[in-house]
Design a protein around this ligand. Structure first.
Ligand code: ADP
Ligand code: ASP
Ligand code: MG
Length: 426
């Protein structure tokens, strides 16, 4: 039996008319393939666009911005936060199941506790442990009934509801595809594939026919929200074939999308295949820190204990003898907590000054061809210099270069880099 998992994001199920179109796309996919056999279909849906934001706001209004509240990433209220924000997806599963039945397709919703999809207990950012499917879901879809599953959530071993972090429906879809040993996981969204950069800010962005797992992983983790980072990690680990395509196209119309594949399957390796950006950044500078073994371990240990995800780190010699400067970046929402933690440890860490700059952004260029090319960084730095954009922090890996710049220049920088690397559409 061929099984296919189809995932539809928030905009794609944004109103009842769009849900009806989704039902038509699902019905077309369910039709027998060239071998004459019907395909088993599981559909993973997001909440209708804007719903999750509304629910998050409600939870915050009720829970307050306390240190333990979800806003601060703490644990105290996060279990009830998950109960609230997970409800958006439940509504969509019911609506899509109804829309499918209306056009004569047998369908039912499966809430996560019914499958069940088990996660750890890290509320608001849970990780999927396993889909303990005992065969009932597989039997149902193999018998021709479409399973409609809410993305973004799961249950703990004790049956408490969890959510997987924003954008988590992509990860749910890949996990369901892995559990069902699906032939494909198709991610339907409001753009018709993965582009060289966010098509919303660069009209000259081009759709990529193929992208490697490694590149899309970097693009996602560096800010391109077209796929959640963890969904790509999971797809790589479980070898799930993923395709990104448009949900705004009627069945039968061309919809090639982007195939995510192994590096070896890409014949022409671009030096740079994409530009990504993230505005959710803050730069923390610790000036005049004692230069001694164990100091960095102490600083970053405290931040890790507080669950603050530190990204770039640069250490440099201070002009003062025996002192150094440490600059790092972290998600902007964590900056106030990072500041409190470091100030609270002032006696132990003994720095001269602490500066936090919150209006910064990260811009990155990504490409597997970079591995074997020189001069990639020079192109980036001169393109930014020509626009008068100052670089504050630089980080590199084998297939990416990231810089921190003033947030007001982010769009200018992305466009300049897109042109500099020859990515603009003709
Ligand atoms: P969904 O609700 O379907 O999950 P998202 O809003 O999470 O959709 O992701 C799709 C959005 O990702 C697009 O509308 C686009 O603005 C943005 N995006 C950012 N970078 C890229 C890129 N490189 N290629 C395609 N889309 C991108
Ligand atoms: N509805 C959730 C969100 O807005 C999950 C998702 O759409 O992937 O983050
Ligand atoms: Mg998304």
């Amino acid at each position: 039996m061929t099984r296919v998992v189809m995932k539809f994001g928030g905009t794609s199920v944004g109103d009842v008319e769009r849900i009806r179109r989704v039902a038509r796309i699902v019905a077309a996919e369910r039709k027998p393939g060239p071998d004459g056999k019907q395909r088993g279909i599981a559909v993973v849906v997001s909440a209708m666009s804007g719903e999750t934001d509304k629910l998050v706001k409600l939870a915050r209004d009720a829970g307050g911005e306390t240190p333990n509240g979800p806003a601060a990433g703490g644990a105290g209220f996060d279990d009830e936060y998950d109960v609230i924000v997970s409800t958006g997806e439940q509504v969509t599963t019911g609506l899509l199941a109804l829309a499918l039945r209306q056009i004569g397709i047998p369908a039912r919703s499966w809430q996560n506790w019914q499958m069940p999809l088990k996660t750890d207990a890290a509320h608001a950012k849970a990780r999927i442990d396993a889909i303990d499917e005992k065969g009932e879901l597989a039997r149902s879809i193999d018998a021709g009934e479409v399973a409609v599953i809410p993305g973004f959530q799961g249950v703990t071993a004790d049956g408490r509801i969890t959510t997987l972090g924003r954008g988590g429906s992509d990860t749910s879809a890949v996990a369901v595809a892995a559990a069902l040993k699906a032939d494909r996981c198709d991610i339907y969204t409001d753009v018709d594939g993965v582009y060289t950069t966010d098509p919303r800010i660069v009209p000259k962005a081009r759709r990529l026919d193929r992208i490697s797992y490694e590149e899309i992983l970097e693009m996602a983790s560096l800010g391109a929200k077209v796929l959640q980072t963890r969904s790509v990690e999971l797809a790589m680990a479980q070898r799930v074939p993923v395709r990104v395509l448009s949900s705004f196209v009627e069945p039968g119309e061309p919809n090639a999308g982007t195939i995510v594949c192994d590096e070896e399957e890409i014949v022409e390796k671009q030096i740079v295949s994409g530009v990504a950006y993230s505005r959710d950044e803050a730069k923390v500078s610790l000036i005049g820190v004692v230069d001694a073994p164990g100091v960095a371990a102490d600083i970053f240990g405290r931040l890790a204990d507080a669950n603050i995800n530190v990204d770039m780190i640069v250490q440099s010699q201070s002009r003062q003898e025996g002192k150094q400067n440490i600059v790092f970046t972290c998600p902007d929402r964590d900056a106030p907590r990072a500041s409190d933690i470091l100030h609270g440890a002032h006696e132990k860490i003994a720095f001269d000054e602490l500066h936090i700059k919150r209006d910064v952004a990260k811009v990155s260029v990504i490409g597997i061809g970079m591995k074997s090319q020189v001069g990639v960084a020079r192109t980036m730095f001169s393109a930014l210099a020509q626009k008068g954009i100052n670089i504050e922090v630089i980080a590199t890996s084998e297939i990416k270069i990231s810089v921190i710049i003033d947030a007001q220049y982010v769009e200018l920088a992305v466009r300049a880099l897109h042109t500099a690397y020859g990515l603009d559409a003709a």
